[in-house]
Every structure is written in structure tokens, then in C-alpha cells.
Design a protein around this ligand. Structure first.
Ligand SMILES: Nc1ncnc2c1ncn2[C@@H]1O[C@H](COP(=O)(O)OP(=O)(O)O)[C@@H](O)[C@H]1O
Ligand SMILES: [Mg+2]
Length: 344
């Protein structure tokens, strides 16, 4: 399963905020791969470190935040070894990002065309006429009607869905090899959301780019992703291909997420919330971060942090249950996947 080439390999990434002498570990040992041409979903509750992981990849972490460790290997080169100048050549060029709220990322005082042209000028050195032609072409590509007219309009003259399309057009201006989409549709209504996701998928097939899709919506994951990294408290707790994750979730947190979040194939009444709440950063449990909420936690879990371990078939789990050291009830091993011929 894992024979493919990875365009991005993030290893043990750690990003912290230093506030009043305290270290808040926002991203605390994140490891995942993005196979070339495929979509990796990053899921997890709000505050689990999804956005900070994405911003770390592009090194857009400002004071008082700092990347304190790990590797970000893009096409075999560790971006953390790059100079600011080298990173600028990657950012918006080889790796682009779209953000949750398109209004805050578009400049209200420039027309749509001016903004796309600016991106094209910086990264491809295109002049005014060529830039305008390419901007119109891009607006057409992302499904904006009458692009000749839209290119002269300001962001406030467009609907939310259209603005997000403009953001995507800008992100695609330089044919990125990797697109990072951070909750790209959360602010949009359901119909527009489906259109935007469909658009990203089409463009991916058309230009062969790889995608990181950040979301807290499991419906979006099922719809768009090939692989999934589940995050909890700044760590990846499970990494698997999307079918395995939905069919045989193994980490108790992943199981909890699947049972608690609305899905189209499960009745609302059948949802079971995960008990307890996410621990605050200043009061992280010493052992497994999920132990206080986990129905299967033993002393081992409460006192020692498990590593992210390969469990075969390219899957990785950060949970003591899947090790020989586990000292709990063997009956609980219900998360062992029951392989059907379908997902072998
Ligand atoms: N500017 C900041 N200053 C201090 N802490 C921050 C800042 N941004 C994020 N954090 C910390 O990082 C954690 C992860 O944030 P984030 O990556 O934005 O979460 P997500 O995108 O998963 O909702 C937050 O819970 C918070 O503790
Ligand atoms: Mg976020």
C-alpha cells in the first residue's frame, strides 16, 4: 500500500508558542506522509494543531511561535534547512495554501484581477497583459461565470462561494505541486461546499497536484481523501488509508470521533459523544494525551506516552493497545481490524 512516492514527509514536527515563560506545544511530534498526486486529510477537534501544522510546513509561524524540531521533507529536501529566500520560492509557487475565511485573505482594496496578477508577477514574472489573460483563464478554470467581468471586480462584489473560488484560483496560479486547504469550505453553505470540493478534486486530477485537506468534517474526509491523519492534542494518533479508517478505526479516539460526529450514513440519535473534554495546554496528561477520556486506559496509558507505531499495511497508531506492553483487558482488542476481502 505504501509503495508510492511521497511528495511530502513530515517527521516529528514540533511547533510551540512561548508565552510568559511557558511553552505551549501546539504541534508536538507530528508525523505524516503525503503520497504524490493523492489527498491526505488531517482531522481532529478544534485546537488539535491542524492549522499550526499547515502553517509550519510553509514556515508562516510568527512570534511568539517557533518550530522547535522535526523535519519537513518536500521532494526529498528538508524545508527546515532552507533559507527564507529559498522558502519564498516554494511558498505560493510549489506549495500553495487556501485558508478558511476567504474575505480575510483577499485584499479588499484591489480587484480580483490585480490580486491574481500580483501572484503571477511574483512567481512567474508575467506582465500586465499576459497576467490578465492568465487571470481570466484561471477564473474560468475554477468555474466563475463571466470571468472577463469578474476580473475587474472587488472582493466585496462577490459572494462567499465566488470569493473562495478566487482564492483557489490564486492558489493555483503557479500550478502548485502541493495544495494545502485549511477548512476551505467551513464558512460556506452545503451546496457551495460540495461544488468547491468537487472543483478541488477535478483540478487535482487535471494538473496532478497533491493535496492536504484539513477539516473537522468526516463527510469531507470520506468524500475527498485517500489517506487520513487523525490529530489529538498536537499529535497524530492514527494514520491510515481512508477506507481502513472508516471500516476499521483502531485508535480509541478515532473510534470516538466516528461515533460522535454527524455522518450521512448514521442516524443523529445513534451518535455517542466522547466523554470529557480536550485537556488545556498547561495541563497535559503525562502519558497518552487521550487516556483521561479513553474507556480502555490502564496505568501504562496514564503514565507513559505511546509512540506512533507501524502496525502493518502502512498504518500507524499511537496507542498502547497495539503493543505487547499493554497491561489491559485483552477483550478490549475489538479495534483489531477484521479484514474483509474487499480491503485486503
Ligand atoms: N497565536 C497563538 N498563540 C498561542 N497559542 C496558539 C496560537 N495559535 C495556536 N495556538 C495553540 O495551538 C493549538 C493548536 O491550534 P490550531 O493549529 O490553530 O488548531 P486547529 O487548527 O486544529 O483548530 C491551540 O489549541 C493553541 O493552544
Ligand atoms: Mg484550524
Amino acid at each position: 500500500m505504501k509503495q508510492e512516492e511521497n511528495i511530502l514527509e513530515v517527521k516529528d514536527l514540533r511547533t510551540s508558542f512561548f508565552i510568559e515563560g511557558e511553552e505551549v506545544k501546539a504541534v508536538d511530534g507530528v508525523t505524516f506522509d503525503v503520497p504524490k498526486g493523492q489527498t491526505l486529510g488531517i482531522v481532529g477537534e478544534s485546537g488539535s494543531g491542524k492549522s499550526i501544522s499547515a502553517l509550519s510546513i510553509l514556515q508562516l509561524i510568527g512570534h511568539p511561535g517557533k518550530i522547535v524540531g522535526g523535519e519537513i521533507n518536500f521532494k526529498g529536501e528538508n524545508l527546515l534547512d532552507f533559507s527564507e529566500k529559498q522558502i519564498r520560492q516554494i511558498r505560493g509557487n510549489k506549495i500553495s495554501m487556501i485558508f478558511q475565511e476567504p474575505m480575510t485573505s483577499l485584499n479588499p482594496t484591489y480587484t480580483v484581477g490585480q490580486q491574481i496578477r500580483e501572484a503571477l508577477k511574483i512567481h512567474q514574472g508575467l506582465g500586465k497583459q499576459k497576467g490578465t489573460d492568465k487571470a481570466i483563464e484561471l477564473l474560468e478554470l475554477v468555474g466563475i461565470p463571466s470571468p472577463q467581468k469578474r476580473v475587474t471586480q472587488y472582493p466585496f462584489e462577490l459572494s462567499g462561494g465566488m470569493r473562495q473560488r478566487v482564492m483557489i484560483a490564486m492558489a493555483l496560479a503557479c500550478n502548485p505541486e502541493l495544495l494545502i486547504a485549511d477548512e476551505p469550505t467551513t464558512a460556506l453553505d452545503v451546496t457551495i461546499q460540495a461544488q468547491i470540493l468537487e472543483l478541488i478534486k477535478e483540478l487535482q486530477q487535471e494538473i496532478g497536484m497533491s493535496v492536504i485537506m484539513i477539516t473537522h468534517d468526516l463527510g469531507v474526509v470520506a468524500e475527498t481523501c485517500d489517506y487520513v491523519a487523525v490529530m489529538y492534542c498536537g499529535k497524530v494518533v492514527e494514520y491510515a488509508d481512508v477506507r481502513t479508517l472508516f471500516k476499521n478505526p483502531r485508535h480509541p479516539y478515532t473510534v470516538g470521533l466516528l461515533n460522535s460526529l454527524p455522518r450521512s450514513d448514521v442516524d443523529q440519535e445513534e451518535l455517542i459523544p466522547i466523554k470529557g473534554t480536550v485537556p488545556p495546554p498547561h495541563d497535559m496528561p503525562e502519558g497518552c494525551r487521550f487516556a483521561p477520556r479513553c474507556p480502555f486506559a490502564t496505568d501504562l496509558c496514564h503514565n507513559h506516552l505511546p509512540e506512533l507505531k507501524d502496525v502493518g499495511d502502512g498504518e500507524q497508531i499511537r496507542c498502547w493497545i497495539y503493543t505487547d506492553e499493554w497491561d489491559g483487558d485483552p477483550e478490549v482488542k475489538v479495534y483489531e481490524p477484521e479484514r474483509t476481502s474487499e480491503n485486503k
